[in-house]
Design a protein around this ligand. Structure first.
Ligand SMILES: [Cu+2]
Length: 132
């Protein structure tokens, strides 16, 4: 329907964002969150960028022959009216090659590029806690 009013809200939203500082000796931070697709069509997240990190990759951790490995994921499809979790041991975002400091309290911006546009999320680096 051309000329109609805009949608009532963004088609996707990011909740429960947790960005964990690099371990000592590493420069890679990791981001976890839930992406909710609030539209009635499938939405593909094609890429995630960050102005504070030159190399940002979506990864998936999986057991292979009893060994936990992670591999890059090109894109993520989110079904209509559903969500995808980025959690420890599963999907996650690696934030590498920082162009700024990565101490807890530092600002981290995620630019989530998807079918319907760009979602910008502003978050704060947190201390890395042991994974329970
Ligand atoms: Cu990874």
């Amino acid at each position: 329907m051309p000329g109609c009013a805009q949608e009532s809200g963004p088609p996707i939203s990011i909740v429960e964002v947790k960005i964990l500082a690099p371990l000592p000796g590493s420069s890679a931070a990791v981001a976890y969150f839930r992406i909710e697709n609030r539209s009635d069509t499938t939405i593909t997240v094609n890429q995630i960028d960050s102005p504070q990190y030159d190399d940002v990759q979506m990864h998936e951790t999986a057991l292979e022959d009893g060994v936990s490995r992670m591999r890059p994921v090109g894109s993520i499809e989110i079904d209509p009216a559903s969500s995808v979790d980025f959690t420890p041991g599963g999907l996650h975002v690696m934030l590498m090659k920082p162009s700024t400091n990565t101490l807890p309290g530092s600002p981290v911006t995620l630019e989530i590029r998807h079918d319907n546009g760009l979602l910008i999320v502003n978050a704060t680096m947190q201390n890395r806690m042991p994974v329970e």
